[in-house]
Design a protein around this ligand. Sequence first.
Ligand code: NAP
Ligand code: MG
Length: 505
Amino acid sequence: MLFVKNNDNTQRLALPAQPRQFEMFIDGQWTRGAALKQVTRSSPAHQVPVSVYQSGTLDDVEQAVAAARRAFDHGPWAKSGGAYRAGVLLRTAELIRQHSEALALCETLETGKPISQSRGEVLGAADIWEYAAGQARALHGDAFNNLGDSLLGLVTREPVGVVGLITPWNFPFFILAERLPFILASGCTVVAKPSELTSGTTLMLAELMQEAGLPQGVLNVLTGSGSLLGQAISEHAEIDMVSFTGSTEVGRLTMAAAAGNMKKLGLELGGKNPQVVFADADLDAAADAIVFGICFNAGQCCVSGSRLLVERSVEQALTEKVCALIGKVRIGEPLEEGTQVGSITEARHLERVLGYIEQGRREGARVVCGGQRIESATGMYLQPTVFADVTPQMVIAREEIFGPVLTITAFDDFEHAMALANDTPFGLAASIWSRDLQTALQAMRQIKAGRVWVNTTIAGGPELPSGGFKQSGIGRETGRYGVEEYTELKSVHVQMGARTPWVNA
Ligand code: NAP
Ligand code: MG
């Protein structure tokens, strides 16, 4: 690993002299709401204050829900045609492109991720908004013309109503793009609660949507404590659906809270995703993807390939290739153009990841590379860490670490590989490496995961759905499914001509 220092002699963006002051966005107005306190967010890589947020209250939740309710029940959004909604989404995408540099900078300052990556995520998000605009027009139901002469069957889709949208800190703007434009495309209205660590780009987006002509109350953004506001949103009787992305632990709380009024639920939760490498695979290609899969976003990625399962005959060779490549990853100052991995996003999370590395050592796994924090005056940088001799019972092989930590476990044959791959409560994603079509396709079928990559990893755009099996979640985001998720189905039987009487039969 190569450390990129912040005094390196290259071109770098400047830190803000003053933190940016944000208000909440409720019913088309910028407001402090009932907040009595503000929260300051400092850049995790620099420990410099970058954003100040209102600490929203339960009263603000009430205001936001009432606004979203009015906008859904009485406003033009749900009632208008898909073409109108598509227009607003397309104008938003255009504004995201126009303001991409400011959005990317805010994202990097709040998350600690490299600026080049933030730029990619912001432009990738604009692309998703454009895709979702098309879905606003493509959304449709079904018809049954095969029920006999006197009956016609229709299945219509209706927006589900007011959606509570709770998003995490690892990909604040990108994850928002995988959900919000699809929710809006369906005709729903929204009360959004971004993570209090990274609310900036969600609020900037609300400003862009206002400029794009979004009617009042259709999108509301609250900031502040997740346990207070997120819990209140999940419980609220006037909210019809909650879309939650985050940890499995908090997802369980959301699910319990949603039981009150039987809300519809979309959950995208944690993963412990296998990289399954068979002996016949292209080991160089696999090694590069394994390093990407564990280092990308400093491992703070729900689909990161954190469990390497490798056929015993190539275990040694692949381990060496992985460690050699890790040695070349550029880690450090996120404002430098060439940096590939930035800071861990939060001090508490850094401690958690370091705790797992300690646990791995105690459990008897062998550190083959990394294992330490990287010295830095301000940033929270971690050496990508690889553990060999990991048994499937070890905590580091079972729990989601959400950091740049890879475990290696060897398998003896195909059945053993599949048993290990599925020996987890999670089912978010998996990658399979083999040159043999039969092996790859059989593995693809047998692994229980919502997303499978064959001879690649963390690839693809908004066309295909994403989501998890087992405790990795409920429902799907993006693709056609991503807009249908936010609709209710209504089945309609239309009698054509006289109905056979019941009383005077
Ligand atoms: P988290 O603690 O579960 O938080 C996720 C969101 O929920 C945040 O907006 C948080 O707000 C809010 N929240 C906190 N307590 C809540 C409650 N009682 N009720 C409702 N909402 C509440 O997760 P995180 O620490 O932000 O992110 C890391 C975890 O998210 C990882 O474990 C990872 O697996 C998972 N994740 C999954 C995906 C996926 O697509 N499957 C994507 C990203 C992350 P505050 O931050 O303001 O407290
Ligand atoms: Mg949290």
